[in-house]
Design a protein around this ligand. Structure first.
Ligand SMILES: NC(=O)c1ccc[n+]([C@@H]2O[C@H](COP(=O)([O-])OP(=O)(O)OC[C@H]3O[C@@H](n4cnc5c(N)ncnc54)[C@H](O)[C@@H]3O)[C@@H](O)[C@H]2O)c1
Length: 332
């Protein structure tokens, strides 16, 4: 089978990771990379022999020698670049979140459909082995009925200026929660503050309710002393944690719960008893999520399949982000 010829637009902080994934992928060839900033191009083309550089994105989106375009530029540029690539018959892998506005995301989804192109979004945590294990455990009802989820995603920077911390960071947690729970939130509330830049929240606390009454909470911050990437799932029978930075294994299952016993001294009353239990650390094979994501994109392009992180599910995430943004903006 012929290698898929790839063009990558955006060689900033994240772009080089995508370039590496596709450069070393056995079924792709990175033909050209693009960045407006010439110094970024020199850095990349110096690292990867045979890869050409251009400052003009049209030399990627409209090039006859490119089959698929990977977009790793700031969110505010995604819509125009993805639209141009799709209109010119390219398959597209676009970084998350797909766009700033949900209407734009829906347009791109429709355009990809009408052109018969693959449009996948880089919701990379759907390829994270720890998150896959969490999904497996929830689907097996290992925790019993899920009561609530809590996500924490903090660090000191990197600080962006075209989106707030919700678009930048909570987009990951929304993609994870929607995947774990198989739906999207129906009730949304949020608090945030713009400590560093006017009109751009660097910290936010988002509360959600999913179908079935499952509560979810997301804390995101660019202004925190610690890098934390954690999720807690509290269920009726067990509690499960995910820690992407853990050295012992990303997932821990706590056999902890609260039992109800009938209180025979009262009438129809219960007393609650806290049950402590062992902690299980299931084996989770370490594989690089970004490589898995690249592999999935390549398979979808070659087999003309609908990707896991497709444009419709990505548009739902943008809709939620937009609603959170509306709530936060109302309180600025
Ligand atoms: N999946 C992840 O875990 C993850 C992590 C970091 C960033 N990202 C995503 O990757 C994207 C880029 O983030 P980053 O941190 O690399 O940003 P960045 O600002 O470091 O880099 C963006 C690069 O794009 C270039 N650029 C901007 N507009 C361009 C255009 N029209 N044509 C060509 N080049 C252009 C800039 O010169 C810059 O070098 C964002 O969508 C971000 O959300 C994803």
């Amino acid at each position: 089978m012929e290698r898929i010829r790839i063009g990558v637009i955006g060689c900033g902080q994240w772009g080089p990771n995508q370039i590496r994934s596709f450069f070393f992928h056995p079924r792709t060839q990175v033909v050209r990379v693009c960045d407006k900033d010439a110094s970024r191009l020199t850095a990349i083309t110096g690292l990867y022999p045979g890869v050409a550089g251009t400052q003009d994105s049209a030399e990627v989106t409209r090039a006859a020698d490119i089959d698929a375009v990977v977009i790793t530029t700031p969110v505010s540029t995604h819509y125009a670049l993805a639209k141009d690539a799709l209109e010119n018959g390219k398959d597209v892998l676009c970084e998350k979140p797909l766009t700033l506005r949900a209407s734009e995301a829906r347009q791109l989804a429709e355009l990809a459909r009408s052109k018969g192109r693959v449009l996948m979004v880089g919701h990379v945590f759907l390829f994270n082995p720890g998150i896959l294990k969490l999904k497996e455990l929830i689907d097996q009802r290992a925790a019993g009925q899920v009561y609530y989820l809590h996500a924490e995603r903090t660090n000191l920077g990197p600080v962006r200026n075209d989106t707030n911390a919700v678009y930048d960071l909570a987009s990951h947690d929304l993609s994870i929660f929607n995947y774990l729970l198989g739906g999207r939130p129906r009730v949304i509330s949020a608090h945030g503050r713009c400590f560093l830049q006017k009109g751009i929240e660097d910290v936010a606390f988002v509360s959600l309710e999913y179908p079935g009454g499952v509560l979810a909470h997301i804390h995101v911050s660019w202004l925190d002393p610690k890098k934390i990437r954690q999720i807690t799932v509290v269920g009726q029978d067990k509690m499960i944690t995910w820690d992407d930075l853990s050295l012992t294994g990303p997932v821990e299952v706590y056999a902890k719960h609260v039992e109800r016993y009938p209180n025979f001294r009262g009438f129809g009353e219960f007393y609650l008893s806290v049950k402590e239990g062992e902690v299980l650390i299931p084996h989770v094979k370490h594989v690089e999520p970004l490589r898995q994501q690249a592999d999935h994109f390549v398979t979808c392009v070659q087999e003309r399949k609908r990707p896991l992180a497709d444009a419709d599910s990505a548009a739902e995430i943008v809709e939620t982000l937009e609603e959170i943004e509306r709530i936060l903006a109302g309180a600025r």
